[in-house]
Design a binder for this molecule. Structure first.
Ligand SMILES: [Zn+2]
Length: 436
């Protein structure tokens, strides 16, 4: 029996320029068969129906870059520069506390936070990703999971000599296991991975036909140290090694040198910008309008909850739009629909999911969100996209559908006992460092 779904009873914003005041989305077996005006919308046989109740129907948001398990370290160390935060606080805490069980538990919490705030797909890069591969599908969330690669002892891989083998095993183990999962490789950065490790990542990604991402040009300090160690910037370093053309997604790209945006575009590298994390760490922010002008695909990521400190993509979208205007002194820079599309088709491009997620249109996966437009902060409404960018938060999300299945109903997560997950995370956090 085919699995039918009909979402109706509210306005539909299906993508830039695609708005219907009274819309409907129909899907069969998780794939959209119709998106448009409610008038005359086909009703799939035996369709389950979700009534939007006047709420806005929109595509599920796509988080291009996250470290889900880092929710455990949310607020553990704040107001510090990147190097101090990472080397003196995060790396030691990870060495002590990260294991597969922790990753599974904390990714369940991350999935809960993201689904409840309207994110239906995440690109999650971390260690011990077998835990993530169990957590996200159980939560009903779509995920691109990248196994971390770094040149010092890492959680789950005490000997860096085995890092690439661990990536290979992870990608092969989970390939095709669940339709919600895709796997890949995450080389931490050019300053924590040697030349041979980066080459190995590129070769393995090519051999396995999977995604390869890395943090790139995040801070001024990273660029300075690359200049000292390698004589060139991190982007030029990868280009000189012949690896840039194989890289799928560069995360951050805050400190690009002249000509490097064009170089990334030429090499087909997508950029995952993380304005919340970058601004909180005082690193700066990626110049999104110029990256788009240069021809780069640009998505949005929250980064981990230890540097953000939440996983609400609505916040990132609003911040990206505002920072573009701050940078250019032009209020027309990155208008609402363009900002929104960063966390839709832009992030989909970062994750190799173009044509699969990021739109409500025939042939796309039925990953949809209903936002409660009757909330005081969203009243009145003249323009749906404007509200989604400048006024809404993840707290306004009411229903969420992933792969044609409802996972959030009336603001309640239907796929797990969130209270139980939070209690377990609090228990673990009490051991980490005595939070309240
Ligand atoms: Zn990151």
């Amino acid at each position: 029996m085919p699995r039918g779904l009909l979402i109706t009873g509210g306005p539909l914003w299906a993508g830039p320029g695609q708005f219907w005041p009274d819309g409907a989305v129909a899907a069969v077996d998780g794939v959209i068969t119709y998106a448009g005006t409610a008038d005359g919308a086909p009703r799939p046989p035996q369709a389950e129906e979700i009534q939007a109740g006047g709420g806005l129907i929109m595509p599920g948001l796509v988080n291009a870059h996250c470290h889900g398990a880092m929710v455990l370290f949310r607020g553990l160390a704040d107001d510090l520069p990147l190097r101090v935060w990472l080397e003196e606080h995060i790396f030691p805490a990870e060495a002590r506390w990260v294991n597969e069980e922790m990753v599974e538990l904390c990714c369940r919490l991350a999935a809960a936070e993201m689904l409840l705030s309207g994110t239906t797909t995440v690109g999650d890069s971390y260690f011990c990703q077998d835990g993530a591969a169990k957590a996200y599908p159980q939560a009903g969330m779509r995920a691109v999971l990248l196994q971390g690669l770094i040149d010092f002892p890492a959680p789950g891989v005490p000997d860096p000599a085995h890092n690439l083998a661990a990536c290979r095993r992870f990608v092969q183990r989970w390939k095709g296991v669940n339709p919600l999962l895709t796997t890949g490789i995450f080389a931490h950065s050019t300053y924590t991975c040697a030349k041979d490790t980066l080459r190995g990542a590129a070769e393995l990604a090519t051999e396995l036909g999977c995604q390869w991402h890395t943090h790139l040009a995040e801070s001024a300090e990273e660029v300075e140290s690359s200049m000292k160690a390698n004589g060139v910037s991190p982007v030029a370093y990868l280009e000189n090694l012949g690896l840039l053309e194989r890289l799928d997604t560069a995360v951050h790209c805050v400190w690009l040198q002249p000509g490097e945006m064009e170089m990334l575009a030429r090499r087909g590298v997508a950029v995952a910008a993380c304005p919340g994390s970058n601004s909180k760490l005082g690193s700066g922010w990626a110049d999104i309008p110029d990256l788009l002008d240069a021809g780069c695909a640009v998505g949005l990521g929250t980064d981990g909850a230890a540097s953000n400190n939440n996983l609400d993509l609505f916040g990132e979208i609003g911040l990206a739009a505002r920072l573009a205007k701050v940078k250019t002194k032009d209020p027309a820079a990155l208008p609402a629909e363009a900002a929104l599309d960063l966390a839709l088709s832009g992030s989909a491009a970062c994750l190799g999911l173009t044509g699969v997620v990021g739109r409500l249109a025939s042939g796309y996966a039925c990953d949809a969100v209903v936002v409660d437009f009757s909330a005081p902060r969203l009243t009145p409404c003249f323009d749906a996209a404007s509200h989604l960018v400048y006024a809404a938060t993840g707290g306004n999300v009411r229903h969420v559908v992933v792969d044609g299945r409802q996972v959030v109903g009336d603001g309640t997560l239907l796929t797990m006992d969130v209270e139980e997950v939070m209690a377990k995370v609090r228990e673990l956090a009490a051991k980490v460092g005595g939070p309240l």
